[in-house]
Design a protein around this ligand. Structure first.
Ligand code: BGC
Length: 335
């Protein structure tokens, strides 16, 4: 009798354990079915990730390009990552493009500084379906989707015409170029020389490179004037050259007798134009290049066919008189 009771108790305990186990797993099954299934029909929209690779990261000209690109990124809800070599360097620049390809970004905005160096890496990106828009400097033989920027040859030509006018058609001139390796600067120098052909009494006597550094522009101007003291006009063809040229002229006390044509509307260059230390500036639209560059990358991502189009941004000459008279000072056409 006693052993029967023990058996009943054991059976009862086993029954309770079985009920508890069943309830525990049933609860698990119910909770699992409450986790929503991923919606394969409507995946969460991925934010597009573009990179903007500058000629030189902290250069104030490229900061304007970045400003424009960020404004467009805000407007369209895309992400723009800003990269660039610390000091201008073609190999480092190409490597950044290569790394962006490896990271499978949704679009690359950069320059085509040297046709031979940049074309293979641009084409590599295109082959991997990564859109590429070139700004500031074109590589027209690459497969880039579009070029947005200055007509650099024309801009150099404008500088040449202005120099002829400033010198009254007579004199000796020098050029401080940003780089002998950069296609945009070479085109500017070519355009400048072409215009000088209209003035047979003006001779181009020296060309030096600043490596797009203001300090180097100053040093090269000192060297140029030491070797050619009769120079009476200097054209600085990249953004920081004009400032460096003026510093050198002040050191030599020659700012009165040497005319200066500079490039780009950096605040300091504009102040020197107002002060009459720079005689003319050739303007560009870096903000616009950044802004429209992002728009075009977005269009390519949405399937728009750009067919290698060229969008030429505005370039004009402004003078000391314009600074005093023109009410609208938005020379680089910021939105
Ligand atoms: C050029 C840029 C360059 C910058 C350097 C500008 O005039 O368009 O290519 O990086 O000068 O300061």
């Amino acid at each position: 009798m006693k052993s029967n009771r023990i058996l009943y108790i054991i059976l009862f305990v086993l029954f309770i354990v079985a009920v508890l186990i069943t309830l525990f797993y049933a609860n698990k099954i119910v909770s699992l079915s409450l986790v929503p299934e991923p919606d394969v029909e409507h995946p969460t929209q991925k934010r597009l990730h573009f990179v903007l690779i500058a000629h030189e990261k902290d250069n104030p000209y490229w900061e304007s390009v970045r400003e424009g690109a960020y404004a467009a990124a805000d407007k369209y809800g895309v992400h723009v990552e800003y990269l660039g070599p610390v000091r201008a360097n073609v190999q480092d620049h190409i490597q950044l493009v290569d790394m962006s390809i490896a990271a499978q970004v949704d679009g690359i905005l950069t320059q085509g500084l040297t046709e031979e160096g940049f074309t293979p890496v641009i084409n590599k990106a295109i082959d991997k379906n990564i859109p590429v828009i070139l700004i500031d400097t074109d590589a027209p033989n690459s497969n880039r989707h579009a070029y947005i920027g200055t007509n650099n040859y024309e801009a150099g030509y404008l500088a040449g015409l202005k120099m002829i006018e400033l010198l009254g058609g007579k004199g000796k001139v020098g050029v401080i170029t940003g780089s002998f390796q950069a296609e945009n600067m070479n085109l500017r120098t070519e355009g400048f020389k072409k215009a000088l052909e209209l003035a047979p009494e003006i001779e181009l006597v020296a060309i030096e490179s600043s490596e797009i550094s203001q300090v180097e522009a100053e040093e090269k101007t000192l060297k140029m004037l030491k070797e050619n003291p009769d120079i009476n006009g200097i054209f600085g063809n990249s953004a920081l050259d004009g400032i460096g040229i003026v510093k050198a002229l002040n050191r030599l006390d020659r700012s009165e007798d040497v005319k200066v044509v500079a490039f780009d509307t950096l605040p300091e260059t504009l102040s020197l134009l107002t002060a009459g230390e720079i005689d003319a500036i050739i303007t560009q639209e870096p903000y616009e290049m950044g802004y429209r560059g992002v728009e075009k990358l977005l269009e390519v991502n949405l399937g728009v066919e750009l067919s290698g189009m060229t969008i030429t941004t505005r370039s004009s000459v402004i003078t000391h008189e314009d600074m005093l008279q023109r009410a609208d000072k938005n020379y680089d056409n910021k939105k």
